[in-house]
Design a protein around this ligand. Structure first.
Ligand code: NAI
Ligand code: 15L
Length: 266
């Protein structure tokens, strides 16, 4: 077990639930956090409830851990204020707490929506400029920039994992390109936590899908080798979904339906 105490934020969410058991292999103690109650700690776990917008609570959540897997936050497009509080103020509070408490490595759940306005007929690398497809994608781009600053200024290493679509199975045709299995997500996080020199890195979180829009050649040093593929679901997904309207922005851009969400109020 590489880590003595590992913090997982967003533990009550979809990916938090999927990772709770899997991440126990990575650490002696897994500290789980969310703002909503998700039950008691089991053996080898600690539970610390905290709202990411509350700097004091975030400091207490981070104290004593040696690495962080940061999944907590608003995970879809929507009104600005909750995104501002959870994803922008929240990620600042997290890195300030990491700095004050000497945490040296973070895996940050970024999103493909940082680059959602690239087209589905182009392949991009981590060197392509951000093209967020909404307020949510912008908040994740902020997290990527903030974590780069904390690396340059304070030496805190971060992997920004631009997760594609991490669900039990791909739900639609777009997700055949963007799908990341839960086991591959765990493999990817493990690679980020254990690679000797992480630096500040951006990696697209995807399984070994035949069709892809993302090239991870800039992240070879992380040593992530996906073992699952959406390809086994292809026939079933095609059978239950119709031919997409190729003039629909949701079928043109990588971000899918997110590119036409909103506008939202505050
Ligand atoms: P989710 O919405 O199921 O879980 C997010 C968790 O964060 C929730 O349990 C929620 O209570 C918590 N949270 C929200 N605001 C908070 C706050 N202010 N303080 C403390 N906790 C707060 O999302 P999911 O699918 O589990 O995603 C986890 C992370 O991965 C998110 O950051 C999301 O943006 C990112 N991601 C997920 C993808 C996916 O396919 N599941 C794709 C791309 C990114
Ligand atoms: C995300 O960033 C969301 O958190 C997730 O719920 C999915 O919608 C995913 O992107 C996606 O693009 O499929």
């Amino acid at each position: 077990k590489v880590h003595e105490k590992l913090l997982l934020t967003g533990a009550a969410g979809g990916l938090g639930k999927a990772l709770r058991e899997r991440l126990k292999a990575n650490c002696a103690v897994l500290r789980l956090s969310d703002r909503q109650d998700f039950g008691a700690a089991a053996a080898g776990e600690e539970v610390v409830l905290a709202d990411l917008a509350d700097a004091e609570a975030v400091d207490a959540m981070v104290k004593g851990v040696d690495a962080i897997v940061h999944l907590g936050g608003i995970s879809v497009e929507g009104p600005f204020t909750p995104i501002l509080q959870a994803n922008i103020v929240g990620v600042y509070n997290l890195y300030e707490a990491a700095r004050k408490n000497g945490v040296k490595r973070v895996v940050f759940a970024s999103s493909n929506h940082v680059t959602g306005f690239y087209r589905q007929d182009e392949t991009i690398t981590a060197d392509h400029p951000a093209r967020p497809d909404g307020l949510y994608g912008i908040s994740k781009a902020f997290g990527e920039d903030l974590s780069r600053f904390y690396f340059d200024r304070y030496g805190i290493e971060t992997a920004c994992v631009r997760i594609g679509s991490s669900f039990a199975e791909p739900k639609d045709r777009r997700m055949l390109a963007t799908w990341l299995s839960f086991d591959d997500l765990h493999r990817l996080i493990t690679a980020c936590l254990t690679t000797p020199a992480l630096g500040h890195s951006i990696i697209f979180g995807m399984s070994d899908n035949a069709v892809t829009w993302w090239d991870n050649s800039r992240a070879r040093h992380i040593g992530y080798v996906p073992q699952d593929s959406s390809d086994v679901f292809r026939d079933a997904v095609y059978a239950r979904t119709g031919q997409p309207d190729l003039t629909d922005p949701a079928a043109i851009y990588q971000g899918g339906g997110f590119v036409k969400a909103g506008p939202f109020g505050n």
